[in-house]
Design a protein around this ligand. Structure first.
Ligand code: THU
Length: 132
């Protein structure tokens, strides 16, 4: 990472993080998803007192993209409270892979460390053998 596009996306993810509803874990995550048509949609985690109903920032962003009429994703930026940049959970990997199995992801922790991932590496074969 070091290009201005990623810097901008990370700044947007950082702003989205402020809107997280995370009273239980107090761990706020923001997501900024760059769409193929160059729009950017955001997400932040939304927790629930029934913990299993919590939705991660990534899946909130995917919902926003679908509602914007775009399911072609270019890049995902994440910003989290942790020192170590956060990596999408298994459920989010599968949901992201529905639309962009090779999505590039850049993630930054509060102290500034940046990591990059490729979804195809994080979740190989997301569709193999399913429904065919
Ligand atoms: N969380 C995300 O929003 N994205 C991730 O990639 C990892 C975890 C949220 C879910 C929960 O609200 C909190 O972080 C602690 O797991």
């Amino acid at each position: 990472m070091n290009n201005s596009r990623d810097q901008e996306l990370l700044a947007t993810a950082r702003s989205a993080r402020e809107f997280a509803y995370a009273p239980y874990s107090r761990f706020k995550v923001g997501a900024a998803l760059l769409l193929e048509d160059e729009r950017v949609v955001c997400g932040a985690n939304i927790e629930n007192i029934s913990f299993g109903l919590t939705v991660c920032a990534e899946r909130v962003a995917v919902g926003a993209a679908v509602l914007c009429g775009c399911t072609a994703f270019e890049r995902l930026a994440l910003f989290s409270d942790s020192e170590e940049p956060v990596v999408p959970c298994g459920a989010c990997r599968q949901v992201l892979a529905e639309f962009a199995p090779e999505l590039g992801i850049v993630s930054q922790g509060l102290k500034g460390k940046v990591s990059e991932f490729n979804l195809g590496y994080l979740l190989p074969s997301p569709r193999q053998g399913i429904l065919r």
